[in-house]
Design a protein around this ligand. Structure first.
Ligand SMILES: C[S@@+](CC[C@H](N)C(=O)[O-])C[C@H]1O[C@@H](n2cnc3c(N)ncnc32)[C@H](O)[C@@H]1O
Length: 232
């Protein structure tokens, strides 16, 4: 298992993802939190990555505590905004609380092993205040037999190319395997275990932890993710 994109090449992750519609994701989150009467306050972000959602949430006036499993991602995120950044990996969440709301944006839940789901949801429920809200998405992952896909793009440093494929593994997960050629002439392999959760599995874990759950079709137009808005 080699997770080089997150550990060694967070700047490249940031550049590759720079066209992502972070504004749309955060506008959805803002609307859901405002609808729950949460105007500002303490917000926990799990899996903040390179901080693109984080900085927008800070700009909205939230006091954000942002967590990620990988130090490199946090290093990039830290350079962007004034939030509290901590390195840790769900389901372990030694971060105190309570928080008015929590978010996990862009497939963070799909990085969990199946047996880590309930402990993770329980840990989040423990840290969110009564009346608080949890927002996260379930990313659709390709079925068995998907073809390798080539992605060629340009960053400020130059061109990169990546060939990637999700490969089913014996434990029912998918291994995201990629070979990437970076703009500065390096190359690396990536292997990351992902879990294609059913929406019903996620709803079940949220129910057990005491959340009321609403599932939305994406964060906005042309978004295939299921978005969970779970309230305590
Ligand atoms: C697809 S990235 C999304 C990052 C960011 N939210 C974004 O939209 O750019 C998933 C992130 O989740 C982090 N991550 C994976 N497993 C995690 C865990 N168990 N606890 C906390 N963060 C985790 C990864 O390090 C990575 O930064």
């Amino acid at each position: 298992m080699a997770e080089w994109l997150y550990t060694e090449y967070p700047e490249l992750y940031d550049a590759i993802q720079s066209e992502w519609d972070y504004e749309r994701d955060v506008a959805f989150v803002e609307a859901r939190l405002r609808a729950a009467g949460i105007e500002d306050g303490h917000l926990l972000e799990v899996g903040c990555g390179t901080g693109e959602h984080t900085r927008r949430l800070v700009d909205l006036g939230f006091d954000v505590t942002a967590l990620d499993k990988h130090a490199g991602m946090l290093r990039v995120a830290r350079s962007k905004c004034d939030a509290t950044f901590r390195q840790m990996a769900m389901p372990d969440l030694p971060v105190g609380g309570p928080y008015d709301a929590a978010v996990m944006l862009r497939g963070v839940v799909n990085h969990l092993a199946p047996d880590a789901l309930e402990p993770a949801v329980d840990a989040l429920a423990d840290r969110i205040a009564p009346g608080g809200v949890l927002v996260f998405d379930n990313s659709p992952l390709p079925p068995a037999g998907n073809d390798p896909a080539l992605d060629v793009g340009t960053t400020e440093e130059g061109q990169y190319a990546r060939i990637a494929q999700h490969v089913p593994t014996d434990d029912g997960r998918l291994d995201w395997r990629a070979v990437t050629f970076t703009p500065d002439g390096e190359w690396f392999v990536n292997s990351r275990a992902m879990t294609p959760f059913e929406d019903a599995t996620l709803s079940g874990a949220l129910d057990l932890a005491g959340f009321d759950v609403a599932i939305h079709d994406g964060f906005g137009d042309a978004d295939e993710r299921s978005v969970f808005v779970a309230s305590l």
